[in-house]
Design a protein around this ligand. Structure first.
Ligand code: NAP
Length: 326
């Protein structure tokens, strides 16, 4: 039997390469920091790292810098971009659409490499409202198809209506896949019952493919029941706010381990999220250094003893607790 490669060796090797890159000796490129993927139940591969865009598109003054940040992320190698009609009331989708269009025209990225996620407001998620909201988002993104379209959180419209609108959008290729966000286990069970009533098989492209929830070292509520339930239904979880909106980057309890591993505290927090099976993460940043750091963090492999130490310092709640919702 082949000797297993030690994860700590891999980490040491990768952080040394990252260190060289950080100090300008050579650039981090897509080849050495290629993306990991999470498989959807239908077999499609979704990048396990993406760029968040919340708070973008809110100010005309910042627009040029934000387009440049998304454009830079694409150059670094990000291929999943997460946005929503809520962010800047469509402004973030416009920022993303401008950056994507520019990158595709320049030949820096091909459409088929990209995985664009957007979300419908719950108050728009009626049967007709979902279809109309999706068309507005597609126009702002300047895309024929949104790769993953999510219900942002549960609202007053019956799930049956949203579900059948999503099914129609998939059938008409206006979206590639759909999912939900901020759904706890009970909501997921209800959603699957609705899907069954509508005759939608869970492993078809017309079935709910993911759930995007708050998940970080300090927000581990999904682990008690939601995450195991999603894994058993072959649905990857998309972790939002994986570095606690930036707060984990300054977490003193993470400093000694990060220092020993030669990585930043934010990278350690992100590497922990990405070490969880069937979990993708979508950290947001507009800064070049952070974008690069976060992208490189997706390549880090933490060894079992480091994971155990993080577990001790940031324990999961002992039983089921409600999800944190932002
Ligand atoms: P986050 O990604 O955990 O943190 C973003 C903050 O951390 C920003 O202030 C960023 O500042 C800073 N940061 C990023 N990388 C860093 C690094 N390497 N070192 C130090 N600081 C760093 O929080 P989030 O934006 O709330 O969540 C990520 C994305 O998830 C959102 O943008 C959005 O797309 C999505 N989301 C979805 C929902 C939902 O309900 N579905 C809710 C919340 C968020 P700089 O820009 O200055 O780097």
């Amino acid at each position: 039997m082949a000797e297993p490669v030690s994860p700590s060796w891999l980490l040491a090797e990768r952080s040394a390469r990252y260190d060289e890159a950080k100090h300008g000796q050579r650039p981090i490129n897509v080849w050495e920091a290629s993306l990991r993927y999470c498989k959807l139940a239908c077999g499609t591969e979704m990048p396990a790292l993406g760029l968040g865009t919340w708070r973008m598109g809110e100010s005309a003054r910042r627009r040029t810098a934000e387009v440049a940040a998304v454009r830079n992320a694409l150059n670094i190698g990000y291929r999943l971009i997460d946005t929503a009609e809520m962010y800047g009331e469509g402004g973030a989708e416009t920022v993303v659409g401008t950056a994507l269009g520019d990158a595709m025209r320049a030949g820096d990225v091909r459409r088929e490499e990209l995985f664009v996620v957007s979300k419908v407001y719950p108050h728009n998620a009626s049967r007709k409202g979902t279809l109309q909201a999706c068309d507005r988002s597609r126009a702002r993104l300047d895309l024929d198809q949104i790769d993953m379209y999510l219900l942002h959180w549960r609202g007053q419209h019956p799930l049956r209506e949203t579900c059948s609108a999503m099914q129609q959008l998939v059938a008409e290729k206006r979206i590639g896949h759909w999912g939900v966000s901020n759904f706890d286990t009970a909501d997921m069970i209800e959603l699957l019952a609705v899907q069954r009533e509508l005759g939608i098989a869970q492993d078809s492209v017309a079935g709910c493919a993911t759930n995007q929830v708050y998940y970080s070292l300090r927000a581990r509520a999904p682990e008690a029941s939601l995450l195991p339930w999603m894994r058993s239904h072959r649905m990857p979880l998309i972790a939002y706010s994986p570095i606690d909106q930036g707060a984990l980057a300054g977490e003193p309890a993470l400093r000694p381990m990060a220092k020993r591993l030669g990585i930043s505290v934010a990278q350690l927090a992100l590497a922990w999220v990405m070490a969880q099976n069937a979990v993708a993460a979508i950290p947001k940043s507009v800064r070049d250094a952070h974008l690069r750091e976060n992208f490189a963090a997706a390549q880090l492999t933490l060894c079992a003893s480091d994971l155990a130490e993080l577990d001790r310092r940031f324990p999961a709640p002992p039983g089921k607790t409600p999800l944190t919702v932002l």
